[in-house]
Design a protein around this ligand. Sequence first.
Ligand code: FAD
Length: 310
Amino acid sequence: MASVKLTEKMKDRQLLSFELFPPKTEKGMENLPGTISHLMAYQPDYISCTYGAGGGNVGANREVCQMIKDAGTVPVTHFTVIKNTKQGMKDQMDQYLAEGVDHILALRGDIPRGETTTCGDFNYATDLVKFIRDSYGDRFEIAVAGSPEGHIACRSLEADVAVLKMKQDNGADYIMTQLCWDMEQFKRWLDMIWTAGVTMPVDVGVMPILDMKATINMALSRNGCVMDRELSRLISKYWIFPDPFDSNPPFEDDQRAQKKEDFRKAGIEYTIRQIDQYRALGVDGIHLYALNKWKDVAEIIDASGMKTLI
Ligand code: FAD
């Protein structure tokens, strides 16, 4: 059995967790233990680490998992089927277990550019969940992705919800959600999955709003998700990009820096309000995409009272 059952803890209270990514540079890797130790002040129930689709950063992913373990919390590794063979996946799972990593987020991953398949032995996350359960019994606790607005390539939201039920039937333990700023849609999705018989706990992925470019990029280039009125209003109020119809740059550099800082502050307040709403819905956990930044995350947790309010 997995060393710690996060789903058991979820029965008692809402969990708090973070997501990190393996830094690309040596310096980034050197700094990461410091970041993790700052995050540990908030006693996260787990910290997850992303996995580059195609397995390009597997070594760094495993190193980060060990840093998380050494810091004293549960590492949850993300894992995708992209370009992975069955044997290759088995070798990696064996290695994770040998290194004490027995929590996994089972994903398909994004189809590589210019390809029409995963270029691996499995097509979907449902296959991966089944493979892990069949091969390892309950030695892994398995999380799966859920998309409250529907995965960007899904046929319909109904089809996507049916896929989520299939993940549960194949042995998944809980859901980590894609970011969703549209709270009304999130509530509709909760109703839909419950109606479909999905009983897995829901751990909500929250991307802090800190940087305008990153926010727009995340919403539009990758996930096609809705920005609600409040978020659109913030982006509009602190708009930093040049007007394409204006030959003179609209702001001086110091004005732009001020706008960026004002947006960050407003974004933190927005993120806290979102967390309040998710918590009031009784979700099973808040999973903050920490983006390898501890100061902003600390500001959000302190101001939200997540660790002090009951
Ligand atoms: P699936 O659940 O397999 O779904 C993919 C599409 O296929 C959907 O449209 C679905 O409706 C459809 N589908 C699924 N199963 C079936 C089936 N059996 N029959 C027919 N249609 C089906 N990517 C990374 O590369 N690395 C990461 O570390 C990473 N971390 C993530 C963390 C979270 C919390 C989330 C939500 C996503 C993350 N991603 C990551 C992105 C993810 O890999 C992409 O969203 C990917 O495009 C889909 O993965 P999935 O597991 O949701 O796929």
